[in-house]
Design a protein around this ligand. Structure first.
Ligand SMILES: Cc1ncc(COP(=O)(O)O)c(C=O)c1O
Length: 390
């Protein structure tokens, strides 16, 4: 194992950047799901002491709208918005109350297939939403995707095709399916395909609305977020660069072997980090940043940390001691925060990044045990049965 790569982003705009807040509609939409409840914000005093900070709060996304990662927030809102754009006003939020009603409104438009590329979680979420509203789903995964992740996608009733190549190759393959009866719902964007990935970013805003309620007015000094293509991180930037009263530092964490946003910010433009990407942080094995997320990440993320797999295994075990079930991708943010704090950066820098002795830090644990066998092998205990939560 080697030291983390730390990149302090001098392009970050500080208070000069100011973004429009996310719309309220995604939050209203998500609360219409039968499974909706706010994800827990867990206080972890033992982990805070280990980091040398005041408070550590973990946003635990291990159970979200019936699935074990935050991804359903973006997949469901983006699918719904894309369908509404295609079908017109009959799907407006004012026209229905429950997801079953939405499914009935969609009946005349069948057959219709939602298409997505994924390294696991986004595709499963698109497949779940398609099933809930009576549509088909076709999901593409890169070769090497864990069998448990493929089975999970198929268990939603979707077809799952393995693409010989990386996640980025799977994205390119999925884009070829686009037609009037095949709606591509991608969480990443490319030239000419930006609207739906923009909805994905909006969909994640529900996380930060909940955090505000849960904090009851307390201020955050730092937010630590895992980065794949950067859609979740773009949602963090939008949430915390739209209100001068809430202006924490923002820290992004990537695997060293797929640090595409760090490398792109360093280069000043999106670059491809070629595969194979073999980190155990499967959701972060992305070679190219999302086109629309990138400018927001350049302007809004104060520091990037690129890490090896071993610190993630440690972070999974630590989160388990704090009562949070966190998978390999889910634990990346805590692992990155620990690596940053242990790296010997100066006290001034720590203070600037909101990691001082009195700081309150939010880490996003973005998934639960999405690969139960791997979780068992790393943490040494069985993850809870996800069906028990349904
Ligand atoms: C669990 C989990 N966390 C974080 C991410 C990263 O999100 P993004 O690709 O929007 O940066 C992913 C992406 O698949 C994921 O599955």
């Amino acid at each position: 194992m080697s030291d983390p790569v730390i990149f302090l982003n001098e392009h970050a705009g500080g208070r000069a950047i100011h973004m429009a807040p996310a719309p309220a509609e995604p939050y209203e939409f998500h609360r219409r799901f039968r499974e909706y409840r706010p994800s827990p914000l867990v206080e972890a005093p033992g982990l805070a002491a280990g980091l040398g900070i005041g408070r550590l709060l973990v946003k635990d996304e291990s159970s979200r709208l019936g699935l074990p990662s935050f991804k359903m927030l973006g997949a469901s809102w983006a699918s719904y918005r894309a369908l509404a754009d295609q079908v017109g006003g009959s799907l407006a939020l004012g026209a229905w109350r429950e997801i079953d009603e939405l499914a009935r409104l969609l009946e005349p438009y069948r057959p219709l297939t939602l298409v997505a590329a994924t390294d696991g979680n986004h595709g499963r979420a698109v497949a779940r939403f398609a099933a809930l509203v009576g549509l088909e789903a076709a999901i593409y995964v890169p070769v090497g995707t864990a069998p448990a992740r493929i089975e999970a996608i198929e268990s939603e009733g979707a077809s799952c095709s393995v693409v010989e190549g990386s996640y980025d190759d799977a994205v390119a393959r999925s884009a070829k399916d686009a037609s009037r009866r095949h709606l591509v719902v991608s969480d990443t964007s490319w030239p000419g395909y930006t609207t739906i990935p923009g909805y994905v970013i909006e969909g994640y805003s529900t996380i930060f609305r909940e955090v505000e309620d849960q904090l009851g007015g307390e201020r955050l000094d730092s937010v630590v977020v895992p980065i794949g293509v950067g859609a979740l991180a773009a949602s963090v930037v939008r949430a915390y660069r739209s209100d001068p009263r809430r202006w924490p530092a923002i820290i992004g964490v990537e695997p060293k072997s797929a640090a595409c946003v760090l490398e792109s910010v360093r280069a000043g433009a999106p670059v491809l980090v070629p595969g194979p990407h073999r980190s155990i942080m499967a959701g972060l094995n992305c070679g190219r940043p999302s086109e629309i997320a990138f400018p927001q990440l350049v302007a809004g993320i104060d520091a990037f940390v690129a890490i090896d797999d071993e610190p993630v295994r440690d972070a999974m075990r630590l989160l388990a001691t704090a009562g949070v079930v966190s998978g390999e991708t889910g634990a990346a943010a805590l692992a990155g925060a620990r690596e940053l704090c242990a790296s010997g950066i100066g006290e001034d820098e720590r203070g600037r990044l909101g990691l001082g002795p009195a700081s309150t830090v939010l880490v996003i644990s973005s998934e639960g045990a999405t690969d139960p066998a791997a979780y068992r092998a790393i943490v040494g205990q069985d993850p809870p049965d996800p069906e028990a939560d349904r």
